[in-house]
Design a protein around this ligand. Structure first.
Ligand SMILES: Nc1ncnc2c1ncn2[C@@H]1O[C@H](COP(=O)(O)OP(=O)(O)OP(=O)(O)O)[C@@H](O)[C@H]1O
Ligand SMILES: [Mg+2]
Length: 474
């Protein structure tokens, strides 16, 4: 028998409760963030880091499933799941380096430049979590129960990333490969973000650009624990960069597992979209699109994937593929907002971006995606979810950098309150067959978006504060 302290709270948070008795794994009887970091460091010294890492996985998997699955009640009558969304792969640590002057891009985008950056020691103050962490953090902050299936190295960067995700309330980390049988799996992927302090321009330099691909060699099948997590999710979020990390067959194994259990699949081809022009990747992309419910892309990404950067044309190219299951295609337009085209009913929704003081736009799209997942998996109306997504993107633009600097719920709430209070602002328009909706003003849509956010957060808080109950494990 295992007593649970904080029913429905993130696994890690629950583990901190005094009431929680850890399963019979001696090293984790009392699980606490700082204890874990300390134990991890000590074990690194004694060469037992890998064993300890496996213990973390075991702990998580032994506590998975039945205890939490009844707690996140679906609002649309769908199946009951522990996780609102699981992200696949693409966890990395950003090392943000401020330069007086940005070198020419031809120099930055070379493996020699990456090698030079990699051999240097970079102070912890320049580390931030990046890539799909932006999505996970934004989703967790908006009240979704999130999990990550990915690889983390047995190094200080991996520990940093894990600590940040825990602090941010991401409920679970499940390793893609339980044993780091290849040396490359023992290193956390880094992405150097170079920021020109004069112009605020930024450029990226990472192994995603230079390979050797797949960046996570030797991962050919997914372990059972990963399948369990995938089957216990309402949504699976796949970033295009995962194709740099894993063979397409592994990505499809994850997609098939999640989808056959009833999860919706979300795909954001992201900054490496142009690689899908290569014939082998194109085949892999086409196979993934066959199973994808929602596609999100920028105009540049749309051009790489569909051959046109016109938002509606690109969206329809995705939705109208023969036999396509894709229901929504979103094209993000930066400071011009976003367009969402839906298949059934066939409709186009447009929303202007919110007027905000922009620090930089890193992570806007990743955090925007959190609202799209929320809206799709919970069956919300499109106009308010688009308003919510735009507000999350705008709130992220107000902060500098991504990772822990993406939108907070408070910032999003303030923006939506502002919009709800001024008629005519942040308008949403749409073309479809239901005329009454045309009458709705932007301020009403913003108010509805605010309700969705408040409801999601309240539901999450309620779940987290339910009284402890004993749960008998099998
Ligand atoms: N300057 C801005 N002002 C207000 N909102 C913005 C701005 N830039 C982006 N956004 C919001 O964020 C959304 C996503 O931004 P963007 O189009 O830059 O995506 P992206 O390029 O995928 O971002 P990233 O890959 O850096 O996460 C936009 O659709 C918009 O709602
Ligand atoms: Mg993006």
């Amino acid at each position: 028998m295992v007593a649970w302290g904080l029913a429905g709270a993130p696994l890690w948070a629950a583990a901190q409760s005094q009431a929680v008795q850890a399963p019979p794994l001696t090293c984790l009887r009392s699980f606490h963030h700082s204890d874990v970091s300390k134990q991890f460091r000590q074990r690194q010294v004694s060469g037992k880091a890998a064993t300890f890492r496996r213990s973390i996985q075991c702990w998580a998997s032994q506590n998975n499933g039945a205890e939490l699955s009844s707690l996140t009640a679906p609002s649309n009558g769908a199946r009951t799941c522990t996780y609102d969304v699981v992200s696949l792969g693409n966890l990395c640590v950003d090392v943000v380096l401020h330069l007086d002057k940005m070198p020419p891009l031809e120099e930055v985008k070379t493996s020699e430049y990456l090698r030079q950056l990699t051999v240097q020691t970079h102070s912890r103050e320049f580390w931030e979590v990046g890539a799909s962490c932006n999505f996970l953090i934004a989703a967790a902050r908006m009240g979704l129960n999130t999990a990550a299936v990915a690889n983390l190295g047995e190094d200080v960067y991996g520990q940093f990333l894990l600590d940040v995700l825990k602090e941010e309330g991401v409920a679970r980390f499940q390793p893609l490969a339980p044993d780091a049988f290849d040396e490359a799996l023992k290193e956390t992927l880094l992405c150097f973000v170079l920021v020109d302090d004069c112009s605020a321009a930024h450029a990226f330099c990472s192994r995603y650009d230079f390979g050797p691909w797949p960046l996570l060699p030797g991962v050919e099948r997914l372990p059972n624990e990963v399948h369990q997590v995938l089957r216990d999710a309402r949504g699976l979020f796949v970033a295009g960069c995962s194709f740099d990390e894993l063979p397409p067959s592994v990505i499809m194994e994850a997609v098939t597992s999640a989808r056959s259990a009833g999860a919706a699949i979300f795909f954001d081809p992201g900054p490496r979209s142009w690689t899908f022009r290569e014939p082998e990747r194109r085949r892999a992309l086409d196979e993934l699109l066959e199973s994808t419910d929602v596609v999100l892309m920028t105009e540049e990404e749309a051009a790489a994937i569909t051959g046109t950067s016109d938002p509606e044309e690109a969206a329809h190219a995705i939705l109208d593929r023969p036999g396509a299951v894709t229901q929504w295609c979103v094209v993000k337009l930066g400071s011009r907002g976003a367009v969402l085209c839906s298949k059934t009913p066939r409709a186009t929704y447009r929303q202007h971006a919110l007027m905000v003081d922009v620090a930089d736009t890193v992570g806007c799209g990743d955090s925007f995606a959190a609202a799209v997942v929320l809206g799709y998996t919970r069956g919300h109306r499109i106009p308010p979810l688009l308003a919510l997504a735009n507000a999350i993107g705008a709130a992220t633009a107000m902060g500098s950098g991504a990772g822990r600097n993406v939108a907070t719920a408070e910032a999003v709430r303030e923006l939506l309150q502002r919009e709800a209070a001024k008629p005519g602002a942040a308008w949403v328009s749409w073309d479809e067959d239901s005329p009454p909706e045309h009458a709705q003003e932007g301020c009403e849509v913003a108010a509805e978006a605010l309700c969705i956010l408040q409801h999601t957060l309240a539901q999450r808080m309620h779940i987290s504060s339910e009284p402890a109950g004993d749960t008998v494990l099998r």
